[in-house]
Design a protein around this ligand. Structure first.
Ligand code: PXL
Length: 279
């Protein structure tokens, strides 16, 4: 049977982040996504001033109630940036939505040592509960530290320190695949640590850091990762595909000088390569 997916995250109207990248990428890969938008914002919350925010949690409850009356089930569910009330709604409904579904949770909460605007310790606490339900989590270093109740850092990490952080996550949140993403390494490199509870492997990958940091790269990464996993790649192979996709996209955006780090990346430049690789 065709694989089906549910994507639930916000729709930031301007810029290439969250639903605005996840839906087209996973749609282009052939998964006919079902979507459950959690909020509508004028922009993401990271540097455009006073973004608007329309919470959709009460609509989400009605949408889920309607879905319960129709034949709808998902091979995989991908959750990203949610918002305060939508996170609670998903916590209350995830068991019925995710019957036999693979749950990818990108616990989007912060970056560079800080929580995103609008989130507080209660959000972190609720996210810690939601993580228990996931099969695969993809926190960055800040999110990993928040999930572990540690102080957030912004410095570079050695491979040993990155491995320690991922291992602590693996101890606290059992029986999941873990990808610690966006690890700032020395020598202008970005690393990823993978702990695969299926293959029992632990590994690290690295790629050169190109340019500044772009909003939405985590969302593009998670979308491509899920696509590659659903095309039966191992966690490590899917991670490599997603990491290369980001790296080549950044290179092409910079080559054609068609980028603005706040508005995010034009992923379309690399999409034909990905489609060939996965379809
Ligand atoms: O890219 C992550 C993200 C998604 N959605 C919203 C955000 C952010 C990061 O700042 O603010 C609304």
């Amino acid at each position: 049977m065709e694989k089906t997916i549910l994507i639930s995250q916000d729709l930031s109207c301007a810029g290439q982040v969250s639903m605005a990248v996840a839906l087209p990428i996973l749609g282009a890969l052939g998964f006919s996504p079902t979507i459950l938008p959690t909020a509508i914002l004028s922009t993401h919350t990271g540097g455009f001033g006073n973004n608007t925010y329309l919470d959709l949690s009460s609509e989400m409850e009605k949408i889920i109630a309607h879905w319960e009356t129709i034949p709808l089930s998902f091979s995989a569910i991908y959750l990203g940036y949610l918002g305060n009330k939508p996170l609670d709604i998903l916590l209350n409904n995830i068991d019925s939505l995710a019957t036999n579904s693979f749950l990818l949770l990108d616990p989007v909460m912060g970056d560079h040592g800080k929580l995103y605007r609008g989130f507080n310790s209660n959000y972190v606490h609720q996210m810690q509960h939601l993580v228990q339900k996931a099969n695969l989590i993809t926190p960055n270093v800040t999110e990993a530290q928040l999930l572990l109740g540690k102080e957030c850092t912004t410095n570079t990490l050695s491979s040993a320190a990155a491995l320690k952080l991922a291992t602590e996550l693996n101890k606290k949140y059992k029986n999941k695949q873990i990808l610690l993403t966006g690890v700032p390494k020395t020598d202008e490199k970005i690393g990823i640590v993978g702990i695969d509870n299926i293959s029992q492997e632990i590994w690290q990958l690295e790629t050169p850091k190109i340019g500044s940091s772009f909003f939405g790269t985590g969302d593009i990464f998670a979308s491509v990762l899920l696509g590659a996993l659903l095309r039966d790649n191992t966690l490590k192979a899917a991670t490599k595909i997603a990491m290369d996709f980001i790296s080549n996209t950044i290179q092409k955006n910079m080559q054609f000088n068609c980028y603005n780090s706040r508005f995010g990346l034009d992923y379309s430049l690399e999409l034909p390569v990905l489609l060939k690789q996965l379809n």
